[in-house]
Ligand binder design. Sequence first.
Ligand code: ZN
Length: 662
Amino acid sequence: MQDRWNAAAAPGADDPLGQCVYGSRLLGAEPSLVLHGGGNTSAKSTVEDVVGEPTEVLYVKGSGWDLATIEREGFTALRLDRLRALLRLERLSDERMMNELRCARLDARAPDPSVESLLHALLPYPAVQHSHADALIALTNQPDGAGLVRKVFADDVVVVPYVMPGFDLARLCAVAFPREAGPHTLGLVLLNHGLFTFGASTEEAYRRHVELIGRAERFLAGHPRAWTPDDRRHTANAQPPPPFHAVELARLRREISDVAGAPMVVSRHDNPTVRAFLSRPDLASLATRGPLTPDHVIRTKRLPLLGRDVAGYARQYEEYFAAHRERRGSTLTMLDAAPRVVLDPELGMLSVGRRAADADIATDIYAHTIEVIELAERVGSYRALPAADLFDVEYWELEHAKLRRAPQAGPFVGEVALVTGAASGIGRACAAALRSRGAAVIGLDVNPAVSDTGSGPDYLGLRADVTDADAVEAAVHSGVERFGGIDIVVAAAGIFPASQPIAELDAGEWRRTMAVNADAIASLLSLVHPLLALAPRGGRVVVVASKNVPAPGPGAAAYSASKAAVTQLARVAALEWAADRIRVNMVHPDAVFDTGLWTEDLLQERAARYRLTVEEYKRRNLLRVDVTSARVGELVATLCDDPFAATTGAQVPVDGGNERVI
Ligand code: ZN
């Protein structure tokens, strides 16, 4: 662990909360210390309350804040005397404890305090730091974890056996800590959980964290690696990863989604570390020992799926649930039985989540799991908690509160849409409309600006010319690798050549228009059909055609013919693919002027052709409305949604009403 404390940047001791924020961010900066919500910090201080009474408070990390980015308002001030009174109780349910913690806030609008607040309160030091450091977990997750901890830290720490976080753990520490701690004590080790350090200031607590984690790291480094990514002993018979088959990955995603009862994002990862782990002869043993810390179960489940037998995994999960529910004697409802991590010799490591962000968290956690197992195997034998303890956290109401905070809204959550022409205009608007409904989007465009169409984990922008079949295939492959499949295809890429009477038709222009507007869509549909057929909720295609199909315009022969061709193509697809539960519909936009197709010159030329001003030309529809890209995007997304579940082969105009068509 690197000592990142910078005295010049850190707030002084006269600002205990400011220093705590600073120190929290230092812990948060190292994923090997705190991963996705593991770890928290606090500072004690005295403030004047609203009636001017000096009040001792615990500033403790609030739920939903990440240590790496936490601010002052991420800390909740709790009345310390109230917390100390609670610690005198023999028993307190989690629900009551959370209620009491909320009631002990100085500010009712402050976030829910950490479930570990009472533990912070009982430690008699002004500042406390807590992490789930990899190096410490490698020592504690062992048959003789306590022995190894003693060997490394001697009497400098108090060691407490594993107890589920919450009131019982705080109670246990409230008894054990005063009994065992002395002036030499630097920290508190919770087996199979993590490390607390403390001091007169956050600076001291942080320095003790650096000191203790450093000792654990040096101890581990003094032992030979259990394996390395290029370890010939284990990779000698492992060939370089075969190129994976997108349809096989989509089929696995379909099975996982069916078991989960909802579409899931599946993300594939293959790198030397993963491959070395997957190639180990003892993989089946190592990978089925359980997670690093129990809070990981809500992200990764207790065990990964080895291979592809999703149904077998689900059966085992149901048995595990049935066995432990009986022990708990409660009326728990089973969570979905689908895996969150898959280790497959051919596909590599797959992570699963309702959204791409959830799959990414599972990826991070499992990448650390592989690393910590390796560290643990250097000095002994990796061992996780018994299934019963993990089950109790998996079905712990307070852990599920964390998941509920993540946005899950939208009809397309867990689904994946491929949008061509996504860099601008209608394609870009379709990508936005689909994402706003929860879909992950793969945007394709020949324009490199496609990478700016979206940001965040649920968007992947890829540069590809739709007329280059190899480039499109490579892009689809990358998209499936990122999200696991394709549920929705929106063919929006198109060109609108300069006006040209048939008598002067340029053959090259004609062919180029047909290539982009018709041929490319035929070859794209052919490519994605097997993926769409595996979509958990049924595949959907929307082809962005044109008003020119029912009402062609003079001078636009190539454009009108290409859009008519693609309309017929889509109608045939609707006929052929209905049996595969794939709906194919078309939209016929007209006069959408905020797209890449329309330049000021073109507008003037078109307006002149109809003897109109540009303004008249723009609103020459029956309703006299502006037809914007956003409006077309909303229609396209709605066509993919449930209100149109019984509609295929439809051609929907979005043109403000056109007397030549009506
Ligand atoms: Zn913890």
